[in-house]
Design a protein. Structure first.
Length: 259
């Protein structure tokens, strides 16, 4: 298997019914497929063909002033071609969005675009394998679910977060595959019930929008004011386990704690 390149592009958002996206940033990391570790990286801001299309992006730090002094795409096209061409492409929703932006940018300068050896779209992959247990499968939602921090909407940060999200998802799926079927069914019921916040993942313009405020606090099965009572009940259960009928007593107290 060839090297995997995770990449992400940040773009303008078409306004007033327009359909043209201008690339503002390109970022990529080369990943060893055997160890899933980063071996190289590249990132650059890009000056768009229309500076007036650049709206303030406080959430990412990409400003009109910053891209106004950045190189044009044609100045970095050879470097981007070299890092993408003939490698396995990976990223979140790249099949519908990022790949199209790469083709458009190379078409603008009259050069053939790079071609992938293969394609790994983590959005499609997780939709099939991970389901809705983590919510709407936007990168910001997945990062919050796994406690990886807030998505920064900067290309290099996002591709590194994408890799970490995939590692976490793979670990969960691997562990779940070894659980007894009864426990697996219970896990699926719990994750489905807790994952119904947010709307289903839509167009890429929505994925590039500022991240919503999502709490990263773990769900606790007891209210704070009941936690002391639960601990007291647990002590009683353990003490009762030393009586003549320890198993019966422990089960009885366990049922009362779980109500």
């Amino acid at each position: 298997m060839g090297e995997i390149v995770f990449f992400d592009v940040e773009t303008t958002v078409p306004l007033g019914g327009g359909k043209r996206f201008w690339m503002l940033e390109f970022g990529a990391i080369l990943v060893c497929p055997k160890k899933l570790v980063e071996v190289d990286s590249y990132c650059t801001l890009i000056r768009p063909g229309d500076l007036s299309a650049v709206e303030p992006r406080r959430f990412s730090g990409i400003t009109r002033d910053a891209v106004s002094i950045a190189p044009l795409f044609e100045e970095v096209a050879d470097r981007i071609f070299d890092i993408l061409n003939g490698r396995v492409w990976a990223g979140h929703n790249i099949q519908r969005f990022d790949c199209a932006r790469i083709r458009e940018a190379f078409a603008d300068i009259g050069k053939p675009p790079p071609e992938p050896l293969g394609l790994i779209d983590s959005l499609s992959l997780l939709t099939q394998a991970f389901g809705n247990r983590a919510g709407n499968l936007k990168m910001a939602t997945l990062a919050s679910y796994f406690g990886l921090g807030q998505q920064k909407h900067r290309s290099l940060d996002d591709v590194r977060m994408n890799l970490e999200v995939l590692k976490h998802c793979a670990t969960v799926l691997l562990l779940e595959s070894s659980l007894p079927q009864t426990l697996r069914n219970q896990c699926n019921m719990v994750t489905r019930s807790r994952a119904n916040y947010g709307k289903p993942c839509g167009e890429e313009a929505s994925r590039k929008s500022p991240p919503t405020s999502i709490s990263t606090q773990r769900v606790v099965p007891y209210k704070r004011e009941r936690f002391g009572k639960v601990m007291d009940g647990a002590k009683v259960a353990l003490a009762s386990a030393q009586t003549s009928r320890p198993l019966h007593s422990l089960l009885r107290h366990s049922r009362s704690l779980l109500r």
